[in-house]
Ligand binder design. Structure first.
Ligand SMILES: *Cc1c(COP(=O)(O)O)cnc(C)c1O
Length: 373
């Protein structure tokens, strides 16, 4: 474990997480929100995040791995925990004993799950067009046959382009909903009524009201970001701030080129600050090429050169009074300014999800009441 001595850390705001959860819950009602806390709650810290959400009333969580579910249980998180893919057969027993619900989408997995005692909750996943995992419509009858005599806790699917606005994407989302309805109708004919139906992710919840069914599985929205460009008008507050402190300030002559690769000359004699956080912490090298900036005392300052493994160099311009020890906000608010993980995503050619998951284990997470700024 880190001794927590370095001046680089992430703050995760309880009020932001709880506030986002309650706003999204109101929007989803009467459907309930299942909070997606896989990948260490998108880098926010799974145990801490689930604890805050539980206090805010959340009783359903989703994870990608049995290990992630076990981590939550051992930390004392109650409520349903669903694993979003089929689990390795040898982990079924652990899942059941820890009260972790499983997903099935093959006859083989359905058979194994059905052989477990009845307290193992089973959700059946249909592939409606994501083509990652899920049963095909034609397989539903065989899978249902294996699960006969057992309550089906859930029937679910997953959207591929619910965040995208183009007519083709909207049409594809409608097609996925039609296939989901088709699956439900087939199950009904087989005499199977799932207790819960769910297909919506954050984008489904925000942009496709007809996709809410009984549950919505919300990840990104809980962490305070809209998938794609927002058209919902729902106000969300980014929960994570990434913060460090100036370690060193020096004056560098006009024309000099700080950092590896000597990529960019200073246009004038400038002060340059070194900040002890780098790509090993999840600050991508591409942030420099993409024009990345940081906030110091409410002002934006550009990176002066390539991100290195452990340190950044910041161009403070010719007359700055920034001192060693001053706080540097890489993600979050400072004064009137704010840099979001979505801004990093735009600058580095990726998506907000990847930026958040990319903040590495080396950064300690601190739970705080309020966001800064
Ligand atoms: C990750 C994931 C979600 C959550 O998606 P967001 O876009 O972050 O809301 C929902 N369902 C499944 C199956 C997922 O893998």
């Amino acid at each position: 474990m880190s001794a927590d001595l370095r001046p680089a850390w992430a703050e995760v705001s309880k009020s932001a997480l709880a506030g986002n959860y309650s706003r999204l819950s109101r929007l989803a009602a009467p459907a309930g929100v299942m909070a997606v806390v896989k990948a260490d709650a998108y880098g926010h810290g799974a145990v801490a995040t689930a604890g805050v959400l539980f206090e805010a009333g959340c009783r359903r969580f989703a994870v990608a791995l049995v290990d992630e579910g076990v981590e939550l249980r051992r930390a004392g998180i109650d409520g349903e925990i669903l694993v979003l893919s089929e689990v390795p057969p040898e982990t079924l027993e652990v899942a059941r004993s820890e009260g972790i619900s499983v997903t099935v989408y093959t006859p083989a997995a359905a058979k194994l799950a059905a052989a477990q005692p009845d307290d193992l909750l089973v959700h059946l996943k249909l592939d409606t067009g994501m083509y990652r995992v899920g049963a095909r419509l034609e397989e539903l009858a065989e899978i249902a046959e294996h699960l006969r005599g057992r309550e089906l806790q859930g029937f679910w699917s997953h959207f591929a382009v619910a965040d995208e606005e183009s007519p083709e994407s909207r049409e594809f989302t409608s097609l996925q909903l039609c296939r989901f309805e088709d699956g439900l109708a087939r199950l009904a004919k087989l005499g199977v009524t799932p207790k819960e139906r769910h297909i919506a992710n954050t984008a489904g919840l925000l942009y496709h009201p007809s996709s809410h069914y009984d549950r919505v599985r919300v990840g990104l929205g809980i962490y305070g970001y809209h998938p794609g460009s927002d058209r919902s008008g729902v106000q969300l507050v980014p929960a994570l701030s990434l913060v460090s402190k100036v370690a060193f300030v020096k004056e560098v002559e006009e024309g000099e080129r700080p950092s590896y690769g000597r990529r960019r000359p200073l246009t004038t004699r400038s002060k340059v600050a070194t900040v002890p956080i780098g790509y090993a912490d999840g600050v991508p090298r591409a942030l420099f090429t993409g024009g990345g900036e940081v906030l110091i005392a409410g002002r934006r300052h550009p990176l002066a050169g390539m991100v290195t493994m452990d340190q950044l160099v910041i161009d403070l311009g010719p007359d700055s009074d920034v001192q060693p020890g001053d706080e540097v906000v890489l993600i979050g608010a400072s004064g009137e300014e704010r840099i979001g993980a979505d801004e990093w995503a735009q600058r580095t050619g990726t998506i907000t999800w990847e930026v958040l998951c990319g903040i590495s284990k080396r950064i300690p997470r601190r739970l705080v009441e309020e966001c800064r700024g």
